[in-house]
Design a protein around this ligand. Structure first.
Ligand code: 8U8
Length: 598
């Protein structure tokens, strides 16, 4: 199978945002396990996860006097939840969803419609007060989730009133705030077609004019239906259905073809909770990547659609087989505060994709649809990050794919090749679990310290092969043989040493003790890695007090800024020192964390 990317071709923007997750309900934000999950997400380099879409955030709000001009709101729970996102540099994708104090039940009632508009205005003003204008102008606001499948309890007509109330309330607070929707579950459902007709020429009841706004159009097209079976996952069908929507717009509302379109629940299979053990494996990572690359190849490149977001709704809390980025082991009845989290390949994919640059070149991949790719140019002539996904649409297939890869018209000079891999043998903590499966007689079995350590040794995005040097001559061509098991994801990084300074220091270093599933003291040490794509590891050292010597911690190469330290029960939080290391073994400045800032 031959793959060619020619860098002399016109570059295109990397226009799809995938740095995304979502979950429900909003109240999860108040739990310790979710707060720790957010630390793990924030620790991915280069904001590898950036946006978090959450249903029912407004269930965290209570209010008195919603029908009056001066309602009294209690934002405290919402503030606690959103603080947990903002302090982790995560951006809320805010669905205006939830029913504060159960007040709203009929948007035909003019008073309720006005009260909703006021609630949305007051919410936006409150957020602006708390987080600043600049911060919330980066957020997205969206309608109620999936008004076409049971989340919405009023009529379609009432949804239109609700829609304009949201839009006008936001506008009154700050006209720069972005608003769209409706995040539909069913292709071209009555709810979406009615809303599109309203946007295209309907009358806004708040202004009496035909000025209904929609800043983006969001849909949910998933790769397979609800099922206990591992149905084939079809990125092709996701695209086909999005094309149906575009065809519908062309026929009925050509003006709306210019709207940015997003799939902000693009999950492989409906039903986040249903157990599908492939969600623990490389298949999940590979099919997510294939979905993304296929959207670039088709909707963006073939159709020229302004397709902006491909967002997985996989930020839930759950086990290996559920739709999560980490698996949780917990003490029964204390699940949310006595737990351990282990990263899955779905999270490692976000670390892998964080190597991407902002520009890409189109390529040629010959022979079959199980191999898809994305080739990006790094900023400031630093080199190339190229991603291949090898997956067919069924979770249970094996074997491998192989061929040649040719990059053409690279600038001449010396490059360093660094590769990463997600497959059965790379970054697969689930295999450790499979090997130590709970004993037959165990009830509520949780892994021991040895198993936890073994899983953590496998949970990082894993380097493939040695770091090697390549000299490219005047023709600027690089050719290599590749051989990738199915399913798998491979990253080729070609880095130009002269374009990289030694790494900068890490930021945001912290160390937080938490209750695990055993007695020992456990500490999540977390930090924001430096931006440079040349960083291949972070050295972690610790000492109990100033008077002790630094001890070097044992860990696999760490690209993410997250590492768990286990100490004898009752140990105080030690000091930590983190030093980033690059592909040429150059160290960045060390940063020290001292508990209580002493
Ligand atoms: C298609 C569909 C029918 C239905 O009756 O209910 C649905 C509920 C349908 C599709 C999605 C849906 O809920 C969304 O999908 C969930 C899931 O588990 O796949 C969650 O990921 C989402 O939070 C939810 O919005």
């Amino acid at each position: 199978m031959n793959i060619t990317y020619s860098l002399s071709e016109k570059t295109l923007p990397v226009s799809i945002e995938w740095r995304w997750t979502g979950f429900t309900p909003g109240s999860l934000l108040l739990q310790d396990d979710m707060k720790q999950t957010l630390r793990y997400l924030a620790a991915i380099p280069r904001h590898g996860v950036r946006y978090v879409r959450i249903h029912n955030l407004l269930e965290l709000v209570t209010a008195k006097g919603l029908g009056s001009d001066t309602p009294l709101y209690d934002w405290s729970k919402l503030d606690e939840g959103l603080d947990a996102l903002v302090e982790n540099r995560l951006i809320p994708f805010f669905e205006l969803m939830g029913n504060p104090s159960r007040y709203f039940n009929d948007f035909q009632d003019r008073g309720q419609a006005e009260a909703w508009k006021r609630l949305v205005r007051d919410l936006a003003l409150h957020l602006q007060d708390r987080y600043g204008r600049e911060e919330i102008e980066q957020w997205y606001f969206e309608t109620w989730n999936e008004p076409d499948c049971g989340w919405w309890h009023q009529s379609v007509e009432n949804f239109l009133v609700y829609y304009d109330a949201c839009s006008e309330g936001l506008k009154e607070a700050n006209p720069a705030l972005v608003f769209g929707g409706p995040g539909t579950a069913r292709t071209l459902s009555k709810e979406i077609t009615t809303l599109l007709a309203h946007v295209d020429g309907g009358t806004n009841p708040f202004t009496g004019r035909q000025d209904v706004r929609m800043d983006f159009l969001s849909v949910h097209e998933k790769g397979a239906w609800f099922s206990p079976e591992d149905l084939p996952v079809s990125p092709e069908r996701m695209v086909a259905r999005t094309r149906e929507l575009r065809d519908y717009l062309a026929e009925h509302h050509p003006k709306l073809l210019a709207l940015p379109v997003m799939n902000n629940e693009c999950d492989p299979q409906v039903g986040w909770k249903d157990p599908h053990s492939w969600r623990a494996t490389a298949f999940y990572a590979a099919i997510m990547a294939k979905g993304l690359f296929h959207h670039f190849d088709t909707l963006v490149d073939e159709d020229g659609v302004d397709f902006t977001i491909f967002g997985n709704d996989n930020g839930f809390i759950g086990g290996w087989a559920q739709r999560t980025q980490l698996t949780r082991f917990a003490v029964p009845h204390r699940e949310t505060d006595f737990f351990e989290l282990i990263k899955k390949p779905a999270l490692s994919l976000m670390t892998a994709l964080s190597f991407a640059g902002q520009e890409r070149v189109k390529g040629r991949i010959e022979g079959g649809d199980s191999v898809t790719g994305l080739c990006t140019l790094l900023p400031e002539q630093q080199g190339v990050a190229l991603f291949l996904s090898v997956a067919d649409n069924r979770a249970r297939t094996g074997g491998q794919r192989s061929g040649t890869l040719r990059l053409e018209d690279l600038p001449q000079g010396a490059y360093t090749l660094v590769q990463y891999r997600i497959d059965e043998d790379h970054g697969n903590p689930y295999r450790v679990w499979e090997e130590v499966l709970p004993p037959m007689e165990a009830s509520n079995w949780v892994p021991g310290e040895t198993e936890l350590r073994a899983m953590r040794a496998q949970q990082e995005l894993t380097r493939f092969g040695d770091i090697s040097e390549i000299e490219l001559h005047a023709d600027g061509a690089w050719e290599t043989e590749w051989d990738i098991p199915l399913p798998g994801v491979h990253v080729f990084l070609l880095l130009r040493k002269e374009a990289f300074a030694p790494p900068e220091a890490v930021t945001g270093l912290r160390a937080e003790a938490y209750h695990g599933v055993h007695d020992a003291t456990r500490i999540l040490v977390s930090w924001n890695p430096p931006e440079a794509r040349s960083v291949v590891d972070h050295r972690v050292e610790w000492r109990a007090t100033e008077d002790d010597a630094w001890q070097t911690a044992d860990h696999p190469p760490l690209l993410d800024g997250s590492w768990v330290h286990i100490l004898p029960a009752g140990s105080p939080v030690p000091q930590y020192r983190i030093t980033p290391v690059d592909a040429w073994n150059r160290e960045g400045p060390a940063r020290v964390f001292t508990p209580n800032g002493n």
